[in-house]
Design a protein around this ligand. Structure first.
Ligand SMILES: Nc1ncnc2c1ncn2[C@@H]1O[C@H](COP(=O)(O)OP(=O)(O)OP(=O)(O)O)[C@@H](O)[C@H]1O
Ligand SMILES: Nc1ccn([C@H]2C[C@H](O)[C@@H](COP(=O)(O)O)O2)c(=O)n1
Length: 211
């Protein structure tokens, strides 16, 4: 059983996926962390972020391990944990370029499809491209200002700077960010995190919530 939670940047995908996964007693998987890892490793190696051949060679030489825990995913390369470094503004600024590369998308998709079910998968194209046969699909939205205000609690930049960066990332990610036709779209703007998690849980078909 797979539940997909897609949506725009900072719409609450990871927080909601984590809450839903914990309620169901299953892991959740953050696909964005894989794109973020590719970006961080590329930046650290001094690679051009649009050079798919060099990036993939580097990723294959430095295999990552995604630990899909319900309370928060962790990423390792060898003995080094990268998790805390994956949400920097530097990675935010480069990740859309890496995610636009078809070769990198194929690399991420293959890793996701190899994971054992059940799980909640969050990202941009989980319900459309990667897991079109998922048992339940959701798509989260909120205005850029609401998202920036939430994110400002976690970042040193001010709200207008964060809002501008989020709007630019939405623009760059548009191609892969459409909701699946059978996804339930939730505007998280007027809702608390717990209310969004509750809305998702209440919409799950019985066979999915039973496992
Ligand atoms: N409904 C909500 N009400 C209030 N705060 C929320 C809500 N949903 C998420 N948040 C907060 O907004 C911030 C962004 O959420 P989160 O990191 O889960 O988003 P995301 O979509 O996974 O982000 P990204 O696309 O950058 O990976 C977090 O601080 C989270 O606690
Ligand atoms: N399925 C996915 C997941 C993520 N991306 C891209 C788009 C985002 O800018 C970037 C980081 O994702 P986030 O952590 O913000 O969810 O990765 C994608 O194209 N497809």
């Amino acid at each position: 059983m797979i539940v997909t939670i897609d949506g725009v940047a900072a719409s609450g995908k990871s927080s909601v996926a984590s809450g839903v996964a914990r309620a169901l007693g299953i892991p959740y998987v953050s696909s964005g962390l894989l794109y973020r890892t590719a970006t961080l490793l590329g930046l650290e190696a001094g690679l051009e972020l649009n050079d798919a051949t060099a990036l993939l060679a580097h990723l294959r030489a430095n295999p990552l391990r995604l630990e899909p825990r319900a309370k928060g995913n962790r990423v390792w390369v060898g003995e080094r944990e990268l998790t805390a470094e994956l949400h920097s503004s530097r990675v935010d600024a480069g990740v859309s370029r890496v995610a636009a590369l078809p070769e990198v998308r194929a690399w991420v998709d293959a890793q996701l499809r190899a994971l054992p079910e059940p799980f909640v998968a969050e990202g941009r194209d989980m319900g459309t491209n990667v897991f079109p046969h998922a048992g339940a699909k959701f798509y989260l939205t909120a205005s850029p200002r609401v998202r920036a205000e939430r994110r400002a609690k976690e970042r040193p930049e001010d709200v207008p700077a964060i809002e501008a960066a989020l709007t630019e990332r939405d623009r760059l990610d548009t191609v892969q960010s459409a909701p699946a036709p059978d996804a339930r779209v939730i505007d998280t703007g007027p809702l608390t995190l717990d209310e969004v998690i509750g809305a998702v849980l209440s919409e799950l078909p019985e066979h999915v919530s039973r496992g």
